[in-house]
Design a protein around this ligand. Structure first.
Ligand code: SF4
Length: 179
């Protein structure tokens, strides 16, 4: 059990993450950088290591390679010991404690509190597709900038607006998803 992830509260406040996230929004420079990184394996390794270190420290990131943070109040769902991507399990205690680690707060409660404080609670109702484990360890920023993670969420969840920092590729002229 000790190898399982622990629910992790992000270090930055919800307000700070929602404010800063648009800095990473795909734009020409990001797209060019991502393309160059993909052609430069050594640079991509350095970049991916930097991403891992920073996101691990800030969010407890596990480098799943398909980042759900914009839809989860920037609380990483992969820090749930069961790695659930669509909300908490049925074992959360009445006090909001994790079933696997009693005494630790369920990361999905943390996610809800953070998203709600930013007026983005509806994002948590998104139906997330299963994690593609082939992407483990890859840079989710590069995927994001190249428009490859546009379909992390299903389109039939009844929610009109995408998460705050996600925009359809048609707005950006990005290449279609490569899966
Ligand atoms: S890339 Fe995956 S593991 Fe890392 S913060 Fe995002 S959702 Fe969590």
């Amino acid at each position: 059990m000790s190898d399982l992830p622990h629910p992790t509260a992000p270090r930055p406040t919800a307000r700070a993450t929602y404010r800063l996230a648009p800095v990473l929004r795909p734009r020409g420079a990001h797209r060019r950088l991502a393309g160059w990184l993909e052609r430069s394996p050594r640079a991509l390794r350095v970049f991916t290591t930097s991403e891992r270190r920073s996101k691990e420290r800030l969010f407890g990131c596990r480098m799943c390679g398909q980042c759900a943070l914009p839809a989860t109040g920037y609380a990483c769902p992969m820090t749930c010991p069961k790695q659930l991507r669509n909300g908490p399990c049925g074992g959360v205690s009445p006090l909001g404690e994790c079933e696997v680690y009693p005494g630790e707060r369920c990361v999905w409660l943390i996610a809800h509190e953070r998203a709600e404080s930013a007026g983005r609670a509806a994002d948590l109702a998104r139906l997330q597709r299963p994690v593609d484990h082939r992407l483990a360890g890859t840079s989710s920023w590069v995927s994001y900038w190249l428009g490859r993670d546009e379909h992390l969420w299903t389109g039939d969840d009844g929610l009109a607006a995408p998460p705050a920092v996600h925009r359809p590729s048609v707005d950006l002229g990005l290449p279609r998803v490569r899966r």
